[in-house]
Design a protein around this ligand. Sequence first.
Ligand code: ARG
Ligand code: ZN
Length: 475
Amino acid sequence: MIRKIILGALLLLVVGGAAFAQMGPGAMGLGDDYFPNLGNGGYDVQHYTLDLDVDVETNTIIAHVTIEAIATQDLSQFTLDFGDFNIRGLTVNDQLAVYLQDGTEFTVRPVEPLPNGEPFTVDIRYIGTPEPIQHVIGAIGWINYGEDVYVASEPAGAASFYPVNDHPLDKATYSFRITVPEPYVVAANGLLQDTITEDGDTTYVWEASDPMASYLVTINIGDFVVQTGEGPDGLPIRNYFPSHLAAEGEAAFARQPEMLELFTELFGPYPFEAYGAVVVDRVLPFALETQTLSLFGTGILDGETSGSTPDELIVAHELAHQWFGDSVSLSQWREIWLNEGFATYAQLLWVEHSQGEEAFEANIAGYYSFIANPVFITQGTSAPGNPPPDELFASAVYVRGALTLHALRLRVGDEVFFDILRTYAERYRYGNSSTADFVALAEEVSGEELSALFNAWLYDPVIPDMPELGLSAPE
Ligand code: ARG
Ligand code: ZN
């Protein structure tokens, strides 16, 4: 690993020495036991402004990023997660600052120490080529796939293109000013506020004004057409499709407003200012619930079943994540069943609504036989509550996570179950929760002791029975 030390203001270090002595550096992680280096301690980001001038062909960016944060301790220095870029300027509160680049940890030492509770602004100018971050699930972050760009970062790809406190525990709002040559179009999170064209370049100004985890930030650059519509209570819907696939796109997402109606009824108000889908012109092995604008590959347009899941259910899945995952976020990546179990169960709630009870029960039985299949059990993790770090997206997390919720519903009854989901979505809206929070809330709302049920479903390698449905796993 290359270490670069650049002393922007060597003198100031000496001058500031006495004041630094009483203060500490911010921690280089946020305590996630799976990803100890993700995120950083000592401050809380309020807002990011990402101003990126993008050359798609050479995949270079000229970037100007400002970060508005509040110190949560007396800070002598702090760290951001950030890839390897050529830094052209760095200030903290308008004064030159010293920095150290070490892999994806970028340490900043301001001239003046930052007092606990006080706001501060970091201003960084840099240029370079965003490199995707290699993760066990593949390349994540800023992906330039030849002619176009998409950003899909779960769980830790945001640092591939901007300096960030890269953990869902530190959510922030965002302004994007993304400049691209014509005829490119930019689709990002939030609402498009302006487009400014000058000398053949267009700047797309997007504002995301609800708190957002960094892995849910998305910037997509391509030859898109936009289709607009409305959801419940006038919610703006904007879908971005590759221009040559506009008709297929409209067909694939035609039921989104109906899905929004259903989930609003079951989970409570849609949490954000807008919704929609962006389909990038490439086959992707996943979809992602990027906030206000879920991201899909062209596989979603073929009207078929991707893997074992029909396309329409994937559309429902990413929408449901806006409540569970995006608005209510996990506190530790280990507890990702709180995202995937919930969104997968929501697919079945859409089946129940759109196809009826029999189809719903057939799906539940199908899920059960899937997890009870000895082949599945012997391949990797079988319990959803505690997957190993390289199995965050294991089927157990999705399928058995969903059945965990169904087991809860069978136990407490429909009325209490949906009351639990709505109370949970409301109480932890825009924040973070944990498995313990969810279990405690379920017990509070139902008045029942539920730890045995959750322990069996979430942590026991043995598959619990579902006696209400006559389902049991082979010994
Ligand atoms: N959270 C996504 C989903 O809704 C999964 C993302 C997996 N990412 C990946 N690069 N395979 O299922
Ligand atoms: Zn998901």
